[in-house]
Design a protein around this ligand. Structure first.
Ligand SMILES: Nc1nc2c(ncn2[C@@H]2O[C@H](COP(=O)(O)OP(=O)(O)OP(=O)(O)O)[C@@H](O)[C@H]2O)c(=O)[nH]1
Ligand SMILES: [Mg+2]
Length: 395
């Protein structure tokens, strides 16, 4: 009798424990409060964010709910960009392709035993191949010939100095290359960035934003390339890395109105600089130019644009120059950014660009990295072009 009672009690105990085991996990799995809605959510609903993400389902065969995987969203890390001082010097090795032509090639030729007609012709050819342009090449070579003759220069160090001086001279060192990026009387400076597709406009906007932020400025980016949805995302990514705000519109929105809103927002939030990225591609060139002209006019309802930067891809060489001229006719280009100088042996394009467009090169792009943009300085640039490994160089 006692045995039966004990067995019954034990069974009852087991049943109670099993009951608790089934109920408690269900109580714990209360529905979580909904997360705040983000732009990504809205875009997903609008069908813009790719295939829908499958919600985790319960495993029907066991009747046990499968916990959704916990996705850790890392807090956005705001980067501290590199200081801008001395960047061209730091990045000088990026010019290694051009260094081969200018430093090794030209200095090698100049230090030949006899500087006869053939050698001067070879020197001319090297400069033309390096995209210096025919007119500038003639001038440089004529002056160099004259000075080496008059001075009777023969040492490599002296020849390097003479060549360097002529190249610097061809780069018009007296031009104002400063960027107007400071706010005036509480109104942000406005920079418009233009150029053909793929030249590096968006990347350059991102890099400039970093430069300004490194210098203690506040920046807002305007995504006026509404032609491609990815363009605004690309700009937003750059902005996010340094904690800057981006103003964007829906895909296909009027670029001028996005640019206008960006400047409006910049005025309201009191930032120092508003950078406006534009599209490089449209159905046709006339359309693009009309659009740019409109962006300029509409933005200028807030006040004059402080700086219009034309971004040019150095690897397109002389061909890119004709396209570039069209931009200068539509917007008042105040400075050139020459990108991808790291990817070409034709560093002489800097000389040709300035000469042909009559606009100073203010910045140069020397790589895809976030801090691979440097203020352009003729003397430092020429020094980097000539390199330190000149044959037999002593100075
Ligand atoms: N090597 C090198 N690559 C660069 C440089 N600047 C930009 N790029 C690359 O060039 C490519 C095009 O850059 P984007 O900034 O997207 O060019 P974009 O002018 O905005 O192009 P669209 O918006 O299509 O008109 C990217 O892969 C960049 O990483 C540079 O100085 N050096
Ligand atoms: Mg772009």
């Amino acid at each position: 009798m006692m045995d039966y009672l004990l067995v019954a009690l034990a069974l009852l105990g087991v049943l109670i424990l099993a009951g608790i085991g089934l109920v408690v996990p269900r109580l714990r799995r209360r529905p979580e409060p909904p997360l705040p809605r983000t732009e990504v959510d809205t875009r997903a609903e609008e069908g813009l964010a790719g295939p829908p993400v499958q919600a985790p389902e319960s495993d029907l065969s066991t009747g046990v709910l499968v916990e959704p995987p916990v996705i850790e969203v890392p807090a956005p890390v705001v980067e501290v960009p590199e200081p801008t001082a001395g960047r061209l010097v730091r990045l000088r090795s990026r010019l290694s392709r051009s260094q081969n032509v200018f430093g090794k090639g030209l200095l090698g030729l100049l230090s030949r035993d006899r500087l006869d007609e053939d050698v001067w012709e070879e020197i001319e050819d090297s400069l033309i191949t390096a995209d210096v342009g025919v007119d500038a090449t003639r001038e440089i070579v004529d002056r160099l010939r004259e000075r080496t003759r008059v001075l009777g220069t023969r040492s490599v160090a002296e020849l390097r100095a003479l060549l360097g001086a002529e190249l610097v001279n061809a780069l018009d060192p007296g031009l104002d290359r400063s960027l107007r990026t400071a706010a005036k009387e509480g109104v942000p400076a406005v920079l418009l960035v233009v150029g053909v597709n793929g030249a590096g406009k968006t990347t350059t906007c991102g890099k400039i934003a970093r430069v300004l932020i490194a210098d203690g400025r506040s920046v807002l980016l305007g995504a006026a390339d509404t032609f491609r949805a990815a363009a605004a995302d690309q700009l937003e990514t750059w902005a996010g890395r340094v904690g800057a705000e981006t103003v964007r519109g829906p895909e296909g929105a009027d670029p001028a109105s996005v640019a206008f809103d960006a400047v409006r927002r910049g005025i309201d939030t009191g930032v120092d600089t508003v950078l406006v990225d534009t599209a490089g591609r449209l159905q046709n060139k006339i359309g693009l130019m009309d659009e740019l002209g409109k962006v300029k006019r509409v933005v200028e309802k807030h006040g004059p644009i402080d700086e219009t930067l034309l971004v040019l891809d150095a690897t397109t060489g002389q061909n890119g120059l004709e396209q570039a001229r069209v931009f200068t006719e539509v917007v008042n280009v105040t400075g050139v950014v020459l990108t991808k100088l790291d990817g070409t042996a034709k560093g002489g394009i800097v000389i040709a660009v300035q000469r042909k467009l009559g606009i100073p090169v203010k910045l140069v792009g020397l790589g895809e990295g976030p801090d691979d943009l440097a203020p352009f300085d003729p003397a430092q640039f020429v020094d980097a072009l000539l390199g330190s490994e000149a044959p037999g160089q002593t100075a």
